[in-house]
Design a protein around this ligand. Structure first.
Ligand code: PLP
Length: 392
């Protein structure tokens, strides 16, 4: 009997740090604990009705029952290009500079397969969304981590990357507004990153699923709004977070046509695109009324404010994130990311995510997602307050 040992590429993946916490959470649930999960990066709000309606209509049309094209319907790519121009002011050719994705995660995971050879380096922020590293490893590449620290506003120090590493590097990943830190990038940094990528012949891959979840009047900028960015950059967008559509699986990549064509060749060989009914819903999401986005933003902002006020009241040194639905919280003295999560879970039933699960530099922080109602956030904070824990 074969033991069906998993491939070296799977065994290379970092251990799943949340497994033990998941197990403990299940144990608490079995005991009847009332769990409040601030652990989930997935909107709890429903998809707006006009988008659901578009999907239902399109699903009933036999034209949409066959294989879609891997690159996306021209109508969807045009809608994405129009949305992009209106939102960010950059014109895109929908036939070559927009590619539909089965959720942006799909494109992020596949990009390295198009450009990375064994031994090539991918520059990956730390902490970060785990897919940048996983996609790199699957392609036989090596991840070189760029620490994101509070001292630098959670922006990587590009000048600190050793020359020997840069010589082997092919892709630079960035993600602003940032998951998990909630940080945003000033325009000067985006410009610095574009200049850096041009100078060193890197593909600049900017992951921007939170571009529409921003507060206090702040409007995140796109990487392509920087002069010369289109020569080196692609940007990943998604309807998931903007329109509460994580389950629908629809995103898109925009930017440099040669880079997108490489990604498209990978896709052509492993998937057959997005169900056309979902693309029709995406067209309506991107081109229809945007009041739902404004309404959502207000909900996220109210939750953020309630969470921030409570945390600050308990002595936590937190800055209200200008974007995303994540709070990146330094753990109190005497705790690690892991021990603080366990303590909160066992003593209060509140679930937060250990920062080191997103990379070594996340140690000392936990991530709280405000993907539950204001009432539940208040309840979670009350329980923590009663513990007598003081932030630092
Ligand atoms: C949610 C998320 C994504 C993926 O979104 P899709 O649902 O796959 O479009 C990508 N990057 C980051 C940083 C995310 O948080």
């Amino acid at each position: 009997m074969s033991t069906f040992a998993q491939s070296a590429r799977l065994q290379q993946l970092p251990p799943y740090l949340f497994a033990e916490l998941d197990r403990m959470k299940q144990e608490q649930i079995k005991k009847g604990a009332d769990i409040i999960s601030l652990g989930i990066g997935d909107p709890d709000l429903p998809t707006p009705p006009h988008i659901i309606q578009a999907m239902a209509q399109a699903a009933a049309d036999p034209k949409n029952h066959q294989y879609p094209s891997y690159e996306g319907m021209l109508g969807f790519r045009k809608a994405a290009a129009d949305w992009y121009r209106q939102r960010f002011g950059t014109a895109l050719d929908p036939t070559t500079e927009v590619l539909a994705l089965i959720g942006s995660k799909e494109g992020i995971g596949h990009l390295p397969l198009a450009f990375i050879n064994p031994g090539d380096v991918v520059l990956v922020p730390d902490p970060a969304y785990p897919v940048y590293q996983a996609g790199t490893l699957f392609a036989g590449g090596e991840a070189y981590f760029l620490p994101l620290t509070p001292e630098r506003g959670f922006l990587p120090d590009l000048g600190a990357i050793p020359t020997a590493v840069l010589k082997r590097a092919k892709i630079l990943w960035l993600n602003y507004p940032n998951n998990p830190t909630g940080a945003v990038a000033p325009r000067e940094f985006l410009a610095e990153a574009v200049a850096f990528a041009r100078r060193h012949g890197l593909i600049l891959a900017h992951d921007a699923p939170y571009s529409e979840i921003a507060f206090d009047g702040y409007r995140p900028e796109s990487i392509l709004s920087i002069d010369g960015a289109k020569d080196v950059a692609v940007e990943f967008h998604s309807v998931s977070k903007t329109y509460n559509m994580t389950g629908w699986r629809l995103g898109f990549a925009v930017g440099n046509a040669r880079i997108l064509s490489g990604l498209g060749r990978v896709k052509e060989n492993v998937d057959s695109g997005v169900f056309q009914a979902v693309q029709h819903a995406g067209i309506v999401a991107l081109t229809g009324p945007q009041q739902c986005v404004t309404d959502n933003r207000r909900i996220w902002q109210e939750r953020r404010d309630v969470l921030m006020a409570a945390l600050r009241d308990m002595g936590f040194a937190v800055t209200p994130p200008k974007a995303t639905f994540y709070a990146w919280i330094p753990v109190p003295r005497g705790f690690t990311s892991g021990s603080f999560c366990v303590d909160l879970l066992v003593k209060t039933g509140v679930v937060v995510t250990p920062g080191n699960g997103f990379g070594a530099s996340g140690e000392g922080f936990v991530r709280a997602a405000f993907t539950v109602s204001v009432e539940r956030i208040r309840e979670a904070m009350d329980r923590i307050r009663k513990l007598g824990i003081r932030g630092s």
